[in-house]
Design a protein around this ligand. Structure first.
Ligand code: ASP
Length: 326
């Protein structure tokens, strides 16, 4: 097939796809990891689903009223940041020297504007700081003391670093120190949070927030605040938020790879997500992603045994934890 015919065939296959029908849609995650049936007590299972449900409600409330996908993903992620069960905001994992250093990023699919922060220590909602970087600074990523300073200048809510501390995460750090392993609780190795959404105008947005990985050191930064690795959104193509072993998501440009496969190879959402997860697995990484296409359809590709996740649209909502759960 000549290049011209191939390009025409690709364009035809893209235009043959049903158009955006004007329905809003939202998907969220609360981290991927080794989560097998029976690992979680019934109470914990219920608590995670309730936490996801609360975040879905916050994001849906924005979209139902005709609000923007950007406002919706920020609202959903803020609820997850406040929930100590998840590794973002309150409940973040500890660094090797016993601190909470938070990473977050957000992207607006309509403009390709993006904002991110890495290693911040005092902002109650790191996702709102990422949004402030996008909207109130000429930059995309701010890190550590500089980002903390920018947060104060922007008048964002500040907390004492002890706000982020939970006993469970501290025990995970002690276990890591004792054994130099990732965590005490294998059902919660990760726990990053994220959201993707499309609003009634067809604009996509994505957001991700995390404490990173237990025992991180030397100012380690994962994929979550890296645009194109942990987060990406582009109108007409897709929105992605990732969770898992961040180094591998950076090395595969995971979030952008999903969108590039859809835009340039004409792959459907599921094929693009699965192929990207396979690329991550091929070099030794693990985790999952929430992905949404320009019609608001969602897919949850993963190679870990579970990912806390939820979805909502005008047609209904649901939550799931285990990989084989619908
Ligand atoms: N991806 C995050 C990081 O590497 C961790 C996670 O998703 O749980 O910092």
């Amino acid at each position: 097939m000549s290049k011209l015919i191939a390009a025409a065939a690709l364009a035809a296959s893209l235009t043959a796809a049903p158009a955006f029908a004007g329905d809003w849609s939202l998907a969220i995650h609360g981290g991927a990891g080794v989560i097998n049936r029976g690992d979680l007590s019934p109470e914990k299972d219920k608590a995670y689903r309730a936490g996801l449900d609360e975040a879905l409600k916050a994001g849906s409330a924005v979209l139902e009223k005709g609000g923007s996908s950007l406002d919706a993903v920020e609202a959903a992620v803020k609820v997850l940041e406040d929930n100590p069960l998840f590794n973002a905001g309150r409940g973040a994992v500890f660094t090797a020297d016993g601190r909470n250093e938070l990473d977050a990023s957000i992207m607006d699919g309509a403009t390709l504007k993006a904002g991110a922060v890495a290693g911040v220590t005092r902002t109650k909602h790191p996702i709102s700081l990422a949004r402030a970087v996008m909207e109130k600074s000429p930059h995309v990523i701010l890190a550590r003391e500089g980002a903390d300073k920018f947060s104060v200048e922007q008048g964002l809510e500040q907390v004492d670093p002890s706000w982020f501390r939970t006993e469970e995460r501290w025990k995970q750090l002690e276990a890591w120190r004792a054994r130099q392993k990732a965590a005490l609780d294998p059902t919660h190795l990760y726990g990053t949070v994220g959201a993707v959404a499309i609003d009634a105008k067809g604009h996509l947005a994505a957001a991700t927030s995390t404490g990173g990985m237990t025992g991180k050191k030397w100012g380690r930064i994962g994929d979550s605040p890296i645009i194109g690795a942990g987060t990406y959104a582009q109108d007409g193509v897709c929105a992605v938020s990732a969770t898992g072993s961040g180094e591998y998501f950076i090395r595969t440009s995971a979030a952008h790879q999903v969108c590039a496969r859809i835009a340039w190879k004409g792959e459907d959402l599921k094929t693009a997500g699965d192929a990207t997860i396979k690329a991550i697995g091929d070099i030794g990484g693990d985790g999952g992603m929430i992905t949404m296409n320009a019609r608001g359809e969602v897919a949850f590709p993963m190679n870990s045994s579970g990912m806390y996740r939820g979805w909502a649209s005008a047609r209904g909502k649901g939550t799931a934890i285990y990989a084989d759960e619908n």
